[in-house]
Design a protein. Structure first.
Length: 267
């Protein structure tokens, strides 16, 4: 089991590094970390009354540290679609990212939610971003290499910037007057791939939140890039997600997830 850390567990040099970005920290609330890939997650409160959001990992935790590296790479690219990266600390064997604190609520993905429209608009805006040439992110096919055959990998090639982890915990909506702004948080699983794959990844989340396969597919069909995804490519995507479920959960435990993904291919 991955070790979890709170503010007082961090080396003194790391805490000082965070304070060099946000000011003197007088307390740090540790939220539920079950949905976070970083072993340290906290919301430091400062003597001046401000708040920030910090996440980090020992550099020896290679998977978590790589996720933080990706997030730092992506942050200046995604701009207003994510929380602003205020600073990055690498000291005493740790890597920590410090972000602005976003005070909002998790997006409602349930059927009939008007917040689904905000999600649709935001995703289409994000997909207008052209990742800089040479950006150090894996392709989706590379990340799923163990779950794909050679032919399947060739079907998941693309040049769009993908979040790939759009669970409700990473979708934070903030209301200000009559306006709404959606933040896509935690870009630690970012990858480069076909634009339609971002929407495909949402399919299972829609089912879990109460959509029927028919209504979820109808919602996806509103996006032009989704409508142009080839059948063979969708089959490759579904196969990869099913194999990943079995690998992570075990045959019996993964059965519901495997069955849900299969319905994406229903006509």
């Amino acid at each position: 089991m991955t070790a979890r850390y709170v503010w007082d567990d961090l080396p003194r040099a790391v805490r000082r590094g965070v304070e060099s970005v946000v000011g003197t920290v007088v307390g740090a609330e540790s939220p539920d970390t079950s949905c976070h890939t970083s072993p340290f997650v906290a919301a430091p409160a400062t003597a001046e009354g401000g708040r920030a959001f910090a996440k980090g990992a020992p550099i020896g935790d290679t998977d978590a540290a790589e996720g933080l590296r990706r997030e730092a790479v992506v942050s200046p690219i995604v701009g207003r679609f994510a929380a602003t990266l205020l600073g990055e600390i690498a000291v005493d064997g740790w890597r920590v990212l410090v972000f602005e604190y976003v005070d909002g609520a998790h997006l409602d993905l349930s059927p009939g939610s008007d917040e689904l429209g905000v999600l649709a608009e935001t995703l289409e805006d994000v997909q207008t971003i052209d990742p800089p040439f040479g950006v150090e992110l894996p392709t989706l096919a590379e990340r799923w290499e163990k779950y794909l055959t050679g032919d399947e990998r060739s079907l998941l090639v693309g040049d769009a910037l993908l979040h790939t982890d759009l669970v409700p915990e990473n979708l934070l909506i903030r209301y200000a007057g009559y306006g709404r702004r959606l933040y896509l948080l935690d870009w630690g699983r970012a990858a480069i791939g076909p634009a339609w794959a971002e929407y495909a990844g949402l399919y299972d989340r829609l089912l879990v939140r109460g959509h029927t396969p028919e209504s979820a597919r109808a919602w996806l069909n509103r996006f032009p890039v989704w409508r142009h995804a080839g059948r063979a490519a969708l089959c490759a995507f579904v196969a990869a997600r099913q194999r990943q479920e079995i690998d992570l959960m075990g045959d019996k435990a993964a059965a519901p997830g495997v069955a849900r993904w299969a319905t994406l291919l229903d006509e």
